[in-house]
Design a protein around this ligand. Structure first.
Ligand SMILES: Cc1cc2nc3c(=O)[nH]c(=O)nc-3n(C[C@H](O)[C@H](O)[C@H](O)COP(=O)(O)OP(=O)(O)OC[C@H]3O[C@@H](n4cnc5c(N)ncnc54)[C@H](O)[C@@H]3O)c2cc1C
Length: 372
């Protein structure tokens, strides 16, 4: 899934069944959520000698910073007077790059189970990826960003076959009558792209103004004027699938409803955050936050840690720098689950020869290393 290059607002979690892989990927820590806190946690894991894998439901790292405010300046990151949210994510990605930890994108974690014998965790994503982890670090923010779905009773039964929240294979729409719903970059980009393969493309949006890049809006209008696609201003009111296959869609317009033929409806309304399956993992969750003990940011289930926006404790501040601190402490406690027989030695990064070699690519002097 990680090779997908959809626009930033593209929904990614389409309902595709996936078989679970036979041999789970073994790791010390599984980081769930590649927002700013998850990315920094990966760096910290590397610093203290833990291996990790990172998963995120999105097709891009950065969490809220990338999804909600990529171009806004941030002023309260220590030692960085100002940078945009996107620059922060780029710097965090750069910071953890020397460790080469795998980042699995487009994977929403669904199931978490603890094995009775060795107390390790088996974690499975919606795409069938499986992990075997000594500890889990939840840096899942407000939950996974998932597509805003169509609020019609008939939609779920058609999902994945005739109703879609992402375009995974363009070829699946070859020769089909496709309706694309939405007014952002994703909807417009896909409406334009599908012109080349579909029998007919209709773009449906609730108002006559689009939220996409100017050039894209102009191209869509030009394509409509040239008869390459239709634009209909209105809202989806009903999906007509008498034999279980979509045949047409009722669209409510100001001048009255219209029924338009369609084999596929691709709804690209944007993303909403959803705690989703995390709510079923037996954690103490209050007001959408995972309750943690602030001595190590461990949840009510030993071995599962929660940091960043998803962590709940008295006086919690939903700030990136709070998440950095929480991740640092949580991983030091998580070390004990991965290496119960080892004593972790605290070393300042400035005195860590191995770390220096890894990051700077040269062996630093090993002398003077304090063992505090
Ligand atoms: C407009 C705006 C401006 C802000 N400005 C600032 C600021 O100036 N300074 C500041 O410190 N903070 C700011 N914040 C808050 C800051 O963005 C958050 O505190 C921060 O993003 C939290 O990081 P996180 O890594 O904990 O979670 P997130 O950034 O929310 O990332 C969580 C990630 O986890 C993934 N995920 C969730 N569940 C699953 C699952 N089951 N499987 C796989 N992946 C999953 C999500 O897809 C997401 O990518 C701002 C927030 C907003 C909305």
């Amino acid at each position: 899934m990680s090779e997908t290059t959809l626009p930033i607002d593209a929904p990614i979690a389409d309902a595709e069944p996936a078989a679970t892989q036979a041999t789970p990927l073994r790791t010390d820590v599984l980081i769930i959520g590649a927002g700013p806190v998850g990315l920094f946690a990966a760096f910290e894991a590397g610093v203290i000698g833990l291996s990790c894998h990172i998963v995120d439901a999105l097709n891009e790292v950065g969490g809220q910073c990338i999804e909600l405010y990529p171009e806004k300046p941030i002023f309260d990151i220590p030692a960085v007077p100002v940078c945009t949210a996107r620059e922060l994510v780029e710097r965090l990605t750069e910071q953890c790059r020397p460790f080469g930890f795998p980042i699995h994108l487009g994977q929403q974690v669904r199931n978490v189970e603890q094995r009775a014998d060795d107390k390790r965790w088996t974690v499975v994503t919606d795409q069938g990826l499986a992990f075997d982890a000594a500890a889990i670090l939840l840096s899942a923010g407000n939950g996974a960003f998932v597509p805003q779905r169509i609020a019609l009773d008939e939609a779920p039964a058609l999902e994945g076959r005739h109703v879609h929240y992402a375009v995974r294979k363009v070829a699946a729409f070859a020769g089909q009558r496709v309706m694309v719903a939405g007014g952002g970059d994703s909807a417009l980009d896909w409406a334009l792209a599908l012109r080349d393969v579909a029998r007919h493309v209709t773009l449906v949006h609730r108002r006559d103004a689009f939220r996409a890049a100017d050039a894209t809006v102009q191209e869509v209008k030009r394509a409509a004027a040239a008869g390459e696609l239709d634009i209909v201003i209105g809202t989806i009111a009903a999906l007509n699938a008498p034999g279980g296959a979509l045949e047409s869609v009722d669209v409510k317009r100001i001048g009255g409803a219209v029924t338009l033929p369609a084999d596929h409806l691709i709804a690209l309304y944007g993303l909403v955050a959803d705690l989703g399956p995390i709510g079923d993992w037996g954690l103490d969750i209050r007001a959408g936050r995972v309750t943690v003990d602030t001595s190590g940011y461990e949840s009510s289930r030993p071995g599962i840690f929660a940091v960043g926006d998803i962590a709940g404790y008295p006086n919690k501040q939903k700030l990136i720098l709070s998440g950095f601190h929480e991740a640092s402490l949580a991983l030091r406690k998580a070390y004990g689950y991965a290496y119960p027989d080892k004593k972790r030695v605290h070393v300042h990064s400035s005195y860590d020869a191995k770390l220096s070699a890894r990051i700077l690519g040269a062996e630093a002097p090993a002398a003077d290393l304090p063992e505090n």
